[in-house]
Design a binder for this molecule. Structure first.
Ligand SMILES: [Zn+2]
Length: 327
């Protein structure tokens, strides 16, 4: 009987940090979430993140193969540095070195952008399992994408391939937090949806909508759309059109077998919007009716699974979840 091996996945987000200890079948053996301390700096990484990793080390010891760290922002995975993560308040943080120095056993630590990690998580354990060509689209607080092409992670020269949330697609579009206008994120994200709802409600001059302004959440807009509220439906239609346009661009450039839609908002709108997204995409691309690109909903149980999947990918070890069961 072969010995079980594990990886530790850590997904560091703006509000919480998700930890998971995953076995090579993709089963989450242990998981935990702690709030992100945005003002804690390097000490927070040493004390809180290091502490959690050490508790896994104590229990699983040498069966742990490595650690995958996923963070938002602009990172240097080779040097192990988060160069700029606005949501974390991190600039030039040597997160890999700091963590290495605070854990009780030497382990390889891999750092990647969160969307890249999620893409690998889908590839090994989720909706991208056994698929050599797919695009992952993460629609959450922000918007990001990743891709596996011919069985390889698409990284690009600066590790920024498919970091398209701040690609400006409408020169007359709304202002974005990054300083530009008409970024994809101004429509396809939780923040974007709330901002667009506020604008629309304000312009309606209808006291019912104007009252909701400034306190509306993305979740509320979804609930209203479900109840066929005309303004919420207009907002959903806009999202579907934008997403369909982005998928048309990516389909033309990458030619994936499937699109996987993830992120909190992405999963919440999946059932309602997929038909409209597909229709919009197909209206904009070269007709290949015999070779359709299908849409799948992300099936990862925790975002930390993607971070854990990095250890297998960068070590060139196929997890059991992908091995031929007849071998
Ligand atoms: Zn932007």
């Amino acid at each position: 009987m072969h010995r079980n091996t594990y990886t530790i996945g850590i997904d560091i987000g703006g509000t919480k940090i998700a930890f998971a200890l995953i076995d090579s079948e993709g089963t989450v053996r242990e998981d935990k979430k702690i709030p992100t301390n945005l003002s804690g700096g390097t000490e927070f990484i040493q004390n809180e993140i290091g502490k959690q990793v050490n508790s896994f080390i104590k229990k699983y010891g040498s069966s742990i193969m490595g650690i995958g760290l996923a963070t938002p922002g602009y990172i240097d995975p080779v040097a192990g540095i988060v160069k700029n993560a606005v949501n974390l308040n991190w600039k030039d943080v040597h997160v890999v070195d700091i963590l290495k120095n605070s854990i009780e056993m030497p382990l390889p630590i891999y750092l990647q952008r969160d969307t890249v990690a999620e893409t690998l998580g889908e590839y090994y354990f989720g909706a991208g399992k056994n698929c050599q060509n797919f695009v992952f689209l993460g629609i959450g607080t922000g918007f990001g994408a990743g891709a596996v092409t011919s069985g390889h992670l698409l990284t690009g020269f600066h590790n920024m391939a498919l970091e398209i949330g701040h690609l400006s697609v409408d020169e007359k579009g709304p202002p974005c937090a990054c300083g530009n206008v008409g970024c994809i994120e101004t429509i396809l994200s939780g923040k974007g949806l709330v901002n667009r709802a506020n604008e629309l409600f304000d312009a309606s001059h209808d006291p019912v909508y104007v009252r909701m302004k400034d306190s509306i959440t993305a979740r509320q807009v979804l609930r209203m759309a479900k109840a066929h509220d005309p303004m919420a439906e207009e907002l959903m239609e806009k999202m579907a059109k934008s997403l369909g346009f982005i998928c048309a661009v990516l389909k033309s450039v990458i030619d994936p077998e499937r699109f996987i839609i993830g992120g909190g908002l992405g999963k919440a709108i999946f059932n309602k919007l997929t038909d409209a997204v597909e229709k919009e995409m197909n209206a904009r691309v070269f007709k290949m009716d015999d070779q359709p690109t299908h849409f799948y909903k992300s099936s990862l149980k925790t975002s930390a699974m993607g971070a854990g999947a990095m250890v297998w990918y960068f070590n060139n070890i196929l997890p059991n979840s992908l091995k031929n069961k007849n071998e």
